[in-house]
Design a protein. Structure first.
Length: 428
């Protein structure tokens, strides 16, 4: 009789043992699938965190121009970047804020016409206002409209402070005129948003351009139009995926700006707070898979060994009838492997039903906090997604078959040493 057919008949005749073997395999496959799902979800979560949180690198250099920042920002290592170009400017057709405190120097000093300061506005050319620390950490909030984005390059738009907007009855969609410090150029700007700076007005007299309410954000090109001298950046912030990329970006900055000529600072606190715990989850999940595979092979090996000892008489009869020993080993391998596929199917169903809840609970305990960047308003990480994918099921099935093979072949070595006469005369 074919040993595969004999294995099927044996499984049917020993229903209780087959059910026990299936239960063991279901537990092993569920744990294996859980490890793979957790590892895959942690990898997706890590990639998303690297993209949204990342690591901030601040570059400062004397003579750092927007063109150089654009060249460094074009690196494959950089996800987003934001150069900052501060310039002073005047107002046209609207009134800048002035200090409410009396100006030092006598009563006559306070009689200067409001808004008559030469450069009452502090204009900051930016590429992406969301990367500015006050905005990214949520202390400064946009109350109407939107911020400055890379899509605004080539457009004359402005993001203005709420106090300036209230004084001049401005809102998103209105147009204001901003004049260069030398008075030679006036640029009409469309207000695209209003932000609220939590900094209170100074209690002592302060020059208009130092008042928080007179701060405007515009695209870098617009700030260059308002600049009266060389348009150099105060700094540029580059967002990269991980601290490992910082050294590579530093090397690119050296090639572009010159070795030792610039200040290069890395801020990876948010990355360490959020990404490192996720990486530990992925590492732990990979370790779980190996431990379960080894423990499963050991447990099933012991079970098969016990079954072989209980079936010595059957083996002796088959050997005396001329059955080859390797076929007897093959029969046991088929019996164990036959329960792998239904066990994998049951594990997939269990993973689909409970995987998301278990993954959320486990990762939440590992990170100890919600999966959003600590204090980073615009860098929210996508929910921790646990999905049962065909690739994970295939891996579980492959490992399950490997376990079944190891757990039968190793104990099956004892079958190769058996002799029919010794078995039949002493079946125990």
């Amino acid at each position: 009789m074919n040993f595969v057919k004999r294995a099927g008949m044996s499984l049917g005749a020993r229903k209780s043992r087959t059910a026990a073997l299936l239960a063991i395999f279901v537990v092993i496959c569920v744990l294996l699938l859980g490890g793979f799902l957790l590892k895959a979800a942690a990898a997706r979560q890590e990639a998303d965190a690297q993209r949204t949180i990342g690591v901030d690198v601040t570059v400062r250099e004397k003579g750092f121009t927007p063109a150089l920042a654009d060249r460094l920002g074009a690196s494959d290592l950089v996800h987003r970047y934001n150069p900052e170009l501060p310039v002073g400017a005047g107002a046209r057709d609207f009134t800048p804020l002035t200090s409410n405190a009396p100006q030092p120097g006598g009563a006559g000093a306070g009689k200067k016409k409001p808004g008559a300061e030469k450069d009452p506005l502090s204009v900051n050319g930016v590429r992406d206002s969301d990367l500015l620390l006050p905005f990214s950490y949520g202390s400064t909030k946009i109350t109407a409209g939107r911020g400055i984005t890379p899509a605004d390059a080539g457009h004359d738009v402005a993001l203005i402070e709420q106090r300036l907007a209230e004084k001049n009855h401005l809102r998103a969609g209105d147009t204001i005129g901003v004049r260069s410090a030398d008075g030679e150029r006036t640029v009409p700007l469309t207000v695209v948003g209003v932000f609220q700076d939590p900094t209170p007005d100074p209690t002592s007299w302060t020059r208009p351009h130092e008042l928080p309410g007179n701060t405007l954000y515009v695209p870098v090109r617009t700030a260059q139009q308002l600049a009266t001298g060389a348009a150099t950046l105060s700094e540029a912030v580059f967002k990269i995926g991980s601290p490992d990329h910082a050294e590579q970006l530093h090397a690119e900055a050296e090639r572009l700006l010159g070795k030792g000529r610039f200040d290069f600072r890395v801020n990876d606190k948010a990355y360490r707070d959020q990404v490192r715990p996720i990486q530990r989850v992925g590492t732990f999940a990979g370790l779980i898979v190996w431990v379960i595979a080894l423990a499963g092979a050991l447990i099933l090996g012991l079970v098969v060994t016990l079954q072989i000892r209980e079936r010595r008489a059957e083996l002796g009869v088959l050997l005396s009838m001329g059955e080859k020993k390797w076929k007897l080993v093959g029969q046991h391998a088929v019996e164990v492997a036959a329960v792998v596929l239904p066990a994998v199917a049951l594990a997939a169903v269990a993973g689909s039903l409970a995987g998301q809840h278990v993954g959320d609970t486990f990762l939440g305990r590992q990170t100890g906090k919600p999966l959003t960047a600590a204090g980073v308003r615009n860098a929210e990480i996508a929910p921790f997604a646990v999905r049962v994918e065909p690739a994970a099921i295939g891996k579980v099935a492959g490992i399950g078959l490997g376990i079944s093979l190891v757990s039968t072949v190793v104990p099956g070595i004892g079958i190769l040493r058996l002799h029919p006469r010794s078995i039949l005369t002493d079946p125990e």
